[in-house]
Design a protein around this ligand. Structure first.
Ligand SMILES: Cc1ncc(COP(=O)(O)O)c(C=O)c1O
Length: 448
């Protein structure tokens, strides 16, 4: 594998780009993308299991998307939607209202990133409820703006040196049944983790001062953790009872990723607000907060206006993305492929003791690597080395929360591509177990 040109570019990059903007994995400089194949500037090809961090769910270089983008570029690239109007934006708002859960009147507020959409969710929730506290979860990553980072609790490294953060944000344990804080099994627990919120309501966090619960329906960067259905139902009930808004943070899990349109659809719950980003426009900068009309009308203009939000080129990309995911059988295929991947990985789990857990919904899948299955000590070194070996063998895969392999391929990946990628994961695990991956790779790959 020759990566000379890539190495040169990475060296140039390190001289000019701030390190805070990057999570170092591989010296891969992208030349082109076709579906689930990423090509670097040295001509090497990789099967993509990352989908640009879940932001190109319908794959790179989709012809329908390129066509709609090009048509719009030829008309005009942008004119701010803060002052004037554009048709793709209005078309998209109508579509988002239709596809998001809930048959009540809604409104949409556009932005440019998942981060700003999360800030928007906080603003709308506070304005509507006239309450200030926000409940979020440990392990969550909601973004890099101040509001979204205030709600993130995944690693202190990320939050160092920039505080103080937004006041009024309270992070509780996410229901992680593989690592239950109370040593319980999902079948037989009393939702002790949820009870912590009730204890907070009784002791230091008045429920009638809580504006919203912001929760990912599958915790993504925390390690693809699927909450028990009964937890989500009870949390929802708790919100309804206390007039707290239930906000589903769908930036990573939305747009077909979990085999349903939105992650929350897996629980048959209808949130007051959904937060959208990443794959909404198949990688183009666009985000949206979609919520009940009275919530979304609670802020006065221009409290959530961005000059370059709702760019019509991005909106055209989003409209095509929605067309593609709406096609007959698309989501069925996501579920079938997801089951195929999980079955394969569960077979590997039977064979390799370092695989502690395989989990996920649709094509949002995590493989947790441990030093041993009893103590479940995180095997971060194995995860990083295996990712690096996969890269060397032509598969793009990264870690989450240190020791979890993140498997989120483009939803259009073929069975042949995914089978080849899984074989490479298997052989990379064997390379690791045989001590055939040098410590040197850890000089480059750092992960989260
Ligand atoms: C669940 C979730 N929310 C929000 C964000 C932030 O989105 P963005 O990077 O587009 O601002 C991310 C990004 O990784 C995410 O995974």
């Amino acid at each position: 594998m020759n990566i000379d040109k890539c190495i040169k570019e990475v060296e140039r990059d390190s001289r000019v780009v701030a390190r805070a903007c990057r999570i170092p994995y591989f010296p891969l400089v992208v030349e082109s993308i076709d579906g689930s194949t990423v090509k670097d500037i040295d001509g090497n090809e990789y099967i993509d299991l990352l989908s640009s961090a879940g932001s190109i769910n319908v794959g790179g270089g989709n012809e329908q998307i390129k066509k709609s983008i090009n048509e719009q570029v030829n008309k005009f690239v942008h004119y701010t939607s803060a002052y004037l109007y554009n048709k793709p934006m209005i078309d998209l708002a109508e579509k988002l209202i239709k596809i998001t859960p809930g048959k009540f009147p809604k409104k949409v507020a556009f932005g440019l990133s998942g981060s700003d959409a999360n800030d928007g969710a906080i603003k709308f929730a506070r304005a509507y409820t006239r309450r200030s506290s926000i409940i979020t979860f440990i392990g969550a990553y909601h973004g890099a703006t101040y509001g979204s980072m205030s709600m993130s609790a995944i690693t202190t490294k990320m939050r160092r040196k920039m505080g103080p953060f937004l006041p009024g944000v309270y992070s509780f344990a996410y229901p992680n049944c593989y690592r239950c804080n109370y040593d319980k099994k999902e079948c037989c627990c009393n939702l002790e983790c949820l009870h912590q919120i009730e204890i907070a309501f009784d002791s230091y966090l008045p429920a009638d001062e809580v504006a919203a619960v912001v929760i990912e329906p599958v915790q993504g960067d925390g390690g693809i953790i699927v909450p028990p259905r009964k937890y989500m139902e009870k949390l929802y009930e708790m919100c309804v009872k206390n007039k707290i808004l239930f906000i589903s943070e769908e930036v990573q899990q939305g747009f077909g990723r979990t085999g349903k349109w939105f992650g929350i659809d897996n629980f048959d719950l209808v949130p007051d607000v959904v937060v959208l980003g990443k794959s909404i426009a198949d990688g183009m900068p666009l985000s949206a907060v979609v919520g009940k009309e009275d919530i979304m009308q609670s802020l006065d203009p221009p409290a959530h206006a961005f000059t370059t939000a709702a760019n019509p080129v991005c909106c055209c990309s989003a409209l095509s993305t929605i067309d593609i995911i709406s096609q007959d059988g698309f989501l069925v295929q996501v579920n079938e492929m997801g089951n195929f991947i999980r079955d394969y990985l569960n077979n590997l789990k039977d064979k390799y003791h370092i695989i502690g857990d395989v989990r996920g919904l649709g094509m949002s899948i995590g493989v947790e690597l441990v030093k041993d299955r009893i103590k479940k000590e995180k095997n971060t070194e194995a995860a990083l080395k295996i990712c690096y070996r996969c890269y060397e063998k032509g598969v793009l895969i990264v870690t989450l929360n240190g020791n979890v392999l993140r498997i989120q391929p483009p939803l259009i990946i073929t069975k042949d591509e995914i089978s080849r990628a899984l074989e490479i994961i298997k052989s990379s695990i064997e390379d690791y177990l045989q001590g055939n991956i040098s410590d040197d790779v850890l000089n480059f790959i750092k992960g989260w």
